[in-house]
Write a protein that binds this ligand. Structure first.
Ligand code: TYM
Length: 331
């Protein structure tokens, strides 16, 4: 039986957080044997905010290194750079013409980001979900593994695809969102009612995948909890402790009940230390591999060149089919 296709991506903006890792990357690694996987570096999406050009180039290569260091095997997965594949912006333009302003206006990420970047509410920020739809639909992806915050973008992708199919006949596969059972929304350590974000101003709120073991320990030690001093999963009343439990549960592959039992009668000090050590233990080998890869840019180039080639072949085919259906001259 033919393997199902997966596509996902991460923006090339600075160092990734533990949220990106546990909500996305970690799930991708588990899927690589079962599916035909396309994982891209979303560098075009990054242009919706102002970047230093040299830093963006560096971040793009760093992200490739991180994908591999996190466990994505470049021989099993197609790892590629979004801007290297002309079908993405081309299909995005076409899909823009099948997407309504009203739909884009409802996107909560657009509203959030407009508030954050009030001096630069550009139209790329507005049509951002359409480029994301093009990324996904260009590969006829069956499944899209993302964190909870991308769910709405998947819904609009499905709406656009269904609209197009209803006019021109079956063209796009309707993709399903894949969200992990736990870790879909890792929260900030200082503000556990908001998601852990790369752009958080307070460095203590986010754990970066490149943080040193001591930084990680310090951040977990200072993580906001509550006054009950009892390790119990209750997102509404104990968001801080519940978030730490989710982090620990994913890394140790333990249920919330198991964790409650493990730390029953013990205070938050012991629990926080255990969470920090679990994270350090997981990230240390990842960081080692990441640093090794960064010293070998030729290897990184070979990885994305191989991925680019395969991604281009697949997406060009679909773009041509779309062009034909809408009436463009295809040679
Ligand atoms: P980005 O770069 O913001 O985030 C990358 C992935 O990390 C997940 N994530 C989280 N998961 C759990 N807890 C958190 N605190 C947390 N923070 C981030 C995100 O849900 C995402 O899965 N638009 C996308 C990139 C993209 C894309 C695509 C994804 C572009 N094209 C096509 C899938 C398919 C984005 O900005 O993700």
């Amino acid at each position: 039986m033919e393997k199902k296709t997966i596509l996902s991506g991460i923006q090339a903006t600075g160092s990734l957080t533990l949220g990106n890792y546990l909500g996305a990357l970690n799930n991708w690694v588990e899927m690589q044997d079962k599916y035909d996987c396309y994982y891209m570096i979303a560098d075009l999406h990054t242009l919706t905010i102002r970047n230093d050009p040299e830093t963006l180039r560096e971040n793009t290569l760093k992200l490739i290194a991180l994908y591999v260091a996190a466990g994505l095997d470049p021989d099993k997965n197609t790892i590629f750079i979004q801007s290297h594949i002309p079908a993405h912006p081309a299909l995005s333009w076409v899909l823009n013409c099948y997407t309504y302003m009203g739909e884009l206006n409802r996107m909560t990420q657009f509203k959030d980001k407009s508030l954050k970047h009030a001096d630069n509410i550009n139209s790329g920020l507005f049509t951002y979900p359409v480029l994301m739809a093009a990324d996904i639909l260009a590969y006829n992806a069956d499944l899209v593994p993302v964190g909870d915050d991308q769910k709405q973008h998947l819904e609009i992708t499905r709406d656009i695809a269904e609209r197009f199919n209803s006019i021109y006949g079956n063209t796009f596969k309707i993709p399903e969102v894949y969200i992990g059972k736990v870790g879909a929304r890792i929260m900030g350590l200082q503000n556990p009612t908001s998601k852990m974000s790369k752009s958080a101003v307070d460095p203590m709120d986010k754990v970066l995948l490149t943080d040193s073991p001591d930084e990680i320990r310090k951040k977990f030690k200072k993580a906001v909890t509550d006054s009950e001093n009892c390790v119990r999963y209750d997102v509404t009343n104990k968001p801080g402790v519940s978030n730490l439990m989710s982090i620990y549960g994913i890394i140790k592959n333990k249920s919330m009940e198991d964790i409650e039992k493990e730390f029953s009668g013990q205070g938050y000090g012991t629990f926080k230390t255990a969470v920090a050590e679990a994270v350090v233990e997981r990230l240390e080998p990842l960081q080692k591999k990441y640093n090794e890869l960064l010293e070998n840019p030729d290897k990184l180039k070979a990885i994305y060149e191989k991925g680019d080639k395969k991604a281009k072949e697949k997406s060009d085919k679909l773009l041509k089919e779309v062009y034909k259906k809408i009436g463009l001259v295809v040679e």
